[in-house]
Ligand binder design. Structure first.
Ligand SMILES: *Cc1c(COP(=O)(O)O)cnc(C)c1O
Length: 189
């Protein structure tokens, strides 16, 4: 209300700085940066990670996850989910990548398409944390950047860590259908 009354509802200013600080404190990340929405937050970080080829992501997610990848000219590579978490299934993924990936100069390539696999983008469905430890190990073994889509999981923790603050980077969303909303907007942490 204060923000609306003060006419300060822009992308910069006191309230944005305060919200970033509060979110970094709440989620335990070093730094939080507000973006226009969750899709843009994902897009920005995929770009920063040099993604232009192939990104692993769960077959069950919101379309924004796949859109952000295709905005980079890259291809979403869908992987199976597990019943317990409704997120990426690390055990299945291990066997799958073992067959699917060729490692050259410690980089991973899809044997069928020849494309570099550069990142993995797990999503915490409806606030249920994905089993992150084995996924992080897979990411290390295959030299994949792990980006967490925590758009649906503000307030959800995995082994004491806030979702979105576990991988290299994570995003939250404050769209109208999320846990809390600012009308739109997102966090890139
Ligand atoms: C809502 C959502 C997004 C994107 O958020 P927007 O702020 O609407 O762009 C991304 N991923 C998932 C899983 C979502 O549910």
């Amino acid at each position: 209300m204060k923000s609306v009354d003060s006419n300060c509802v822009s992308s910069i200013g006191e309230f944005v700085d305060r919200f970033e600080g509060m979110l970094a404190g709440f989620t335990g990340v070093k730094r939080a940066v507000l973006c226009v929405n969750g899709t843009a937050a994902l897009h920005i970080f995929l770009k920063m990670s040099g993604v232009e080829d192939e990104v692993l992501m769960p077959a069950l997610t919101f379309i924004a996850t796949a859109n952000a990848v295709s905005y980079c000219g890259a291809v979403p590579h869908f992987i199976d989910i597990e019943e317990r978490t409704l997120g990426a299934d690390p055990r299945k993924l291990e066997g799958y990548l073992d067959e699917m990936v060729e490692i050259r100069d410690s980089l991973s390539y899809n044997k069928l398409t020849g494309r570099r696999m550069r990142a993995i983008l797990p999503m915490h469905t409806f606030g249920h944390p994905v089993d992150m430890d084995p996924l992080m190990e897979i990411a290390r073994n295959y030299n994949l950047t792990l980006i967490e889509d925590a758009a649906e999981s503000l307030g959800a923790y995995y082994k004491g860590l806030h979702t979105g603050g576990i991988g290299k980077v994570g995003i939250l969303s404050f769209n109208g259908n999320k846990i809390i909303t600012t009308g739109g907007g997102a966090l890139h942490a």
